[in-house]
Design a protein around this ligand. Structure first.
Ligand code: MN
Length: 709
């Protein structure tokens, strides 16, 4: 069991004394914070953060990263909070610790394999500082090393999560040593029998292989010496999980995998790499199509090497990797390889890790330019490490991937078009939130729908996904069409009533010839045109009137409208029917409809002053009345004159809401001596309701006058 003193000695390699002192302080701070807590194995809890920090010390991680490792479970498991850590160790450390704690809360519940990749990206996206991931991986590594102390069912869950999420993240970041160890530990725990079988087979095969490996290794060494090329040749053995994976995914037998002998040659310069490649190709015949130049075109995680397969004697294949020492360090540690982003000459490693990761990318860029190719590559690296997507959960734990800036409305449409079309509000992490608020990775989003809801034109101003945009447009267009057709039908029937017929009853041939004459394919098109106000219903009605013998119509339908039955309107505003904002009609009011080209029907109170002034060529008034209205709410504006007094505004609002009317807006206006003008916009269900509200307001002693504006 290593102690803090052992660690301090090891840190002298890459930290100065002052920095080591701070790491030690973090250790004692954590020891005190976790005082009395024990691990499942019975050891004092602080042994765990110490071990995690030791893993990171091996990778030569910087001071803040080591301090954060010491404190990584403090927010989660003790009384100390974010602020406490900021005060003691600064903001950077606190942010990393906070990031690690947040990842701990992300439970990987779903078993769907498709989720795993999104989950990996989600973890990466949540960690703005790459050190959060590195600490988390070291934490997971130590937990895997000590997994035996856990309950068996927990062991399985953690092992599965490690295989699905954390090992691939390590691979993504190029941290191969961590990846290999995580995979083998998790494999042994999740598939103990398979791991045992493969391990036994590997040990058995090792004996037979030993001679072959030595022969090949000697042959390569000999050739390099002959040609005077520097290079260290080592044999590589595949780790258990990769053998298992190859057997499973490529459907290969254990023997065929074991027929492959792998070697690595590490040398000084890029030049040497290519010269050594020539030498081994000269020694063994290369397998066509298997050569890969990852030096000229590095992998997305920065991995560089030459790969080639060679034909050996007795049907075996020889795999060779050739690279420089620096490339070899990257290959095992990836993003954690410190030489990538060591800052200027002062040896300080205090700058943010995000910047350091940036520099790492910049390094790749230079490499790439040296190699002569291409921005596309860098883009893919960036996208991999800093995704432009957000990842959010449905209440059932499904993960949805959305572009950055996506809102709950985008989310709703991503779930299903019907959900989007009927959504009225949402909860983000269980709190009500605006539908327009951009979502953040890791949030759980619940959409609240009602069957009567419909998409709002205003949504088009903030949705970012194509799916949401097209669906909303499509819905609104259909909606407008449906409503226009419906209104057109009722307008037309109103006039046809003069001839004691309806559109459903008119002569079929007469209708067809009118449609042809007007250039419409269907009746709906004609009705839509009427509903939109582009065509006058009484003119169409006259064309469709029943022809009885040679008895021409004796009266002009336009005159007849006074006697016609009014059109009954329902209480819901839509795309082609609106309630005028000037007079706020409510059920019970006597009303008039204004229909004008392209704008549809606007409902006014018949007493509205705007009615006369608005009348022009393109506008026609229509005779309408209320039909049965339900509990829909209508806006209405009241003007009051009240005596100024403390608390009077609250009293007014209370009086209104006591009767079940909603106050939408309340403006206290001009003051004239002791008198105050107050304007209240409220919603009521009808005229009777309004009368009750007005009566209640008048009953307040300080209220002198109440009028509907
Ligand atoms: Mn931990």
């Amino acid at each position: 069991m290593p102690t803090i003193d052992d660690l301090s000695v090891r840190l002298t390699d890459h930290l100065d004394l002052d920095e080591i002192k701070r790491v030690r302080r973090a250790y004692f701070y954590a020891e005190q914070a976790h005082d009395g807590q024990r691990r499942k194995s019975g050891e004092p809890y602080v042994t765990h953060p110490l071990a995690v920090a030791s893993v990171l010390a091996e990778m030569k991680m910087d001071r803040d990263c080591l301090i954060a490792a010491m404190l990584h479970d403090v927010i989660e498991d003790t009384e100390i909070d974010y602020q406490g850590i900021t005060d003691q160790f600064g903001k950077t450390v606190a942010q990393v610790v906070d990031g690690v704690s947040k990842l701990t809360h992300l439970e990987f519940e779903s078993k769907a394999e498709a989720q795993a990749e999104n989950f990996q990206k989600m973890v990466l996206a949540m960690a703005e500082d790459i050190r959060v991931i590195i600490v988390k991986l070291a934490d997971r590594l130590h937990n895997m090393r000590t997994l035996g102390a856990m309950r068996p069912d927990k062991q399985r869950r953690i092992a599965k999560e490690t295989l699905d999420i954390y090992a691939p993240i390590a691979a993504r970041l190029g941290m191969r040593d961590v990846q290999v160890e995580l995979e083998d530990l998790a494999f042994k725990s999740y598939y103990p029998m398979r791991a045992k079988y493969i391990r036994r087979s590997v040990v058995k095969a090792r004996g037979q292989r030993k001679d072959i490996i030595t022969d090949i290794q000697d042959a390569i060494k000999h050739r390099l010496e002959q040609e005077n090329m520097p290079g260290k040749v080592t044999g590589r053995e595949k780790h258990l999980y990769s053998i298992y994976n190859k057997m499973k995914s490529e459907n290969r037998s254990f023997a065929s995998i074991m027929d492959v002998f792998a070697f690595r040659i590490v040398t000084w310069s890029v030049d040497d790499c290519y010269r050594i490649l020539g030498a081994v190709h000269n020694l063994f015949k290369p397998v066509p199509g298997r050569f890969k130049d990852y030096i000229a075109i590095p992998k997305a995680n920065g991995y560089q090497s030459l790969h080639t397969d060679l034909f050996g004697a007795r049907n075996i294949t020889i795999e060779v990797q050739i690279r420089t020492e620096a490339m070899d360090a990257v290959a095992s540690q990836g993003v954690a390889e410190h030489s990538h982003y060591k800052s200027g000459g002062d040896g300080k490693l205090s700058e943010g890790s995000y910047n350091r990761a940036r520099k790492w990318l910049q390094g790749l860029l230079e490499m790439q330019q040296a190699a002569g190719d291409s921005m596309e590559f860098i883009d893919s690296v960036k996208k991999d490490l800093f995704p432009d997507e957000v990842y959010v959960f449905t209440p059932k734990g499904r993960i949805l991937e959305l572009p950055r800036g996506a809102t709950p409305v985008d989310f709703a449409y991503a779930v299903h078009t019907d959900v989007g079309n009927s959504c009225i509000s949402c909860r983000v992490d269980r709190h009500l939130a605006p539908l327009s608020e951009p979502l953040k990775t890791g949030q759980t989003v619940e959409i609240i729908t009602t069957p009567r809801a419909q998409p709002n034109m205003a949504w088009l101003s903030f949705v970012v996904t194509g799916k949401a945009r097209t669906s909303i447009r499509h819905y609104l267009k259909n909606q407008q069409q449906d409503e226009s057709v419906e209104l057109g039908r009722r307008l037309l029937n109103q006039y046809l009533a003069q001839y004691e017929t309806t559109i459903e009853q008119v002569d079929h041939e007469q209708l067809q010839s009118l449609l042809v004459e007007l250039g419409f394919k269907t009746l709906d098109e004609l009705l839509e045109d009427i509903g939109m106000g582009n065509r006058m219903a009484y003119v169409v009605a006259r064309c469709l009137r029943p022809l009885k013998g040679n008895d021409e119509a004796v009266f002009d339908a336009a005159d007849a409208k006074v006697d016609g039955k009014p059109i009954a309107i329902r209480g819901v505003e839509g795309m082609v029917m609106h309630f005028a904002r000037c007079c706020h009609p409510i059920p019970g009011d006597s009303i008039v409809g204004n229909i004008s080209a392209g704008r549809g029907l606007v409902v006014h109170r018949s007493r509205c002053r705007n009615l006369n002034s608005k009348r022009d060529e393109s506008t026609r008034s229509i005779y309408i009345e209320w039909s049965d209205t339900g509990d829909e709410e209508y806006s209405v504006v009241l003007e009051l004159q009240v005596e100024s007094q403390r608390g009077i505004i609250a009293q007014l609002a209370m009086a209104v809401s006591a009767l079940g009317a909603n106050v939408k807006q309340l403006v206290s206006g001009e003051r004239d001596g002791q008198l105050n003008a107050v304007t209240i916009e409220l919603s009521v269900t009808n005229r009777v309701h309004l009368a009750r509200v007005m009566k209640k307001l008048r009953a307040i002693r300080q209220v002198n006058r109440v009028t509907r504006s």
